[in-house]
Design a protein around this ligand. Structure first.
Ligand SMILES: Nc1nc2c(ncn2[C@@H]2O[C@H](COP(=O)(O)OP(=O)(O)O)[C@@H](O)[C@H]2O)c(=O)[nH]1
Ligand SMILES: [Mg+2]
Length: 339
């Protein structure tokens, strides 16, 4: 492993690939590798791209990566998509589109298998980002499907988060998840060539301007023929420590249109973060979240090893049959783990 790490640090592709496979498949090896690498991380700008399936994230990532390369930075890409398994068409599509980038030594793409829990995906994503970082990739793009809390968590491990939306689809009801909008630093309305782009853009703008500054006061927005935004009641608003104005961009990713402006904005946001305390704030948040995730995983693992499956099953059965309530069940399990 040591040799592999040394080679990866020097940016050797084969070593990077093998190291990534290692941390994906073997948690113990991941620990050894990350312990060794960690000192060399902390330089990369980590950019999350999230949004609904089919909104054009992969296409956009491909175009943004090309643009960042033109600006002479090395780019690492991690695509996390639990909804599209390796055998599925979506990822095949990914491969075709990302073929543009193949053959360029300054770009490394990793699509993650859908195997394993989202918690596991979060850990491996974090580890792969560190490998890229230590290997000298200045920008790391993480593509995740914006669907649930776990994906939001993955997205929020980024310094800069892009949320991708598309023009509304007729009367179909579509909800933009509160958590997703809350993490947005940059909004992208992709597929601007599609009908309804103007309307959606106006709705998103209205939403962003509701508190005169950012979109973080919103709980949801629906397309119901008409678009509406629901404001979060006073007092329940999420705090944001920064004063970054969340901008919105229109793109047509398949035609490479609007990409430069997005890339400029990503640079601006990085400069903004680095010029004040915000970079450090985000590093703190990232570190806290990562430790919490590892703690949870370690804790569950410990419970699993210290309490036999048959005992756990008995407790579960007792709860299901109403002989024991869930709180007492947890007390019981804790007690046993202590011994
Ligand atoms: N019309 C149009 N189609 C697009 C655009 N960007 C991506 N697509 C198409 O939308 C589909 C889904 O794109 P993909 O990048 O795989 O979306 P993802 O699931 O969010 O990663 C593909 O068929 C793309 O070719 C765009 O700007 N306009
Ligand atoms: Mg994709």
């Amino acid at each position: 492993v040591k040799d592999l790490i040394e080679q990866a640090k020097r940016g050797r592709r084969r070593a990077i690939a093998r190291l990534i496979t290692l941390v994906e498949n073997d948690e113990k090896a991941a620990q050894i590798a990350i312990t060794e690498l960690y000192r060399n991380t902390g330089k990369a700008h980590i950019i999350g791209i999230t949004g609904p399936p089919g909104s054009g994230k992969s296409t956009l990532v491909n175009e943004i990566a090309k643009e960042i390369r033109r600006r002479k930075r090395k780019v690492g890409i991690v695509a996390v998509d639990p909804s599209s398994p390796f055998s599925g068409g979506a990822l095949l599509g990914d491969r075709v589109r990302m073929r543009d980038l193949a053959g360029d030594d300054g770009i490394f793409i990793r699509s993650m298998a859908s195997r394993g829990s989202l918690g596991g995906l979060a850990r491996t994503t974090n580890d792969i980002v560190k490998i890229f970082d230590a290997a000298g990739f200045e920008s790391v793009l993480i593509e995740t499907v914006g669907a649930g809390q776990a994906e939001v968590d993955i997205a929020s491990t980024a310094h800069t988060t892009l949320v991708v939306e598309t023009p509304g689809m007729g009367d179909e009801i579509q909800t933009i998840k509160a958590g997703i909008l809350e993490v947005a630093d940059i909004l992208v309305l992709n597929k601007a060539d599609r009908p309804g782009a103007e309307k959606t853009l106006r709705a998103l703008r209205a939403m962003l301007h509701m508190d005169g500054r950012s979109g973080r006061r919103f709980t949801e927005m629906r397309h119901h023929g008409d678009l509406m935004a629901v404001e979060i009641p006073e007092g329940e608003q999420t705090d944001r420590s920064d004063d970054w104005e969340v901008p919105i961009f229109e793109t047509i990713a398949i035609e490479g249109k609007g990409i430069k402006a997005v890339a400029d904005c990503i640079e601006d946001h990085e400069a903004y973060l680095r010029s004040g305390d915000e970079w450090k704030e985000r590093e703190l948040a990232r570190s806290r979240q990562e430790i919490d995730q590892l703690l949870q995983a370690r804790f569950m693992e410990q419970l699993a090893t210290e309490i036999s499956r048959s005992v756990r099953n008995k407790v579960v059965l007792a709860v299901a049959e109403r002989r024991l309530d869930p709180y007492s069940a947890v007390d019981e399990l804790f007690k046993r783990a202590d011994n």
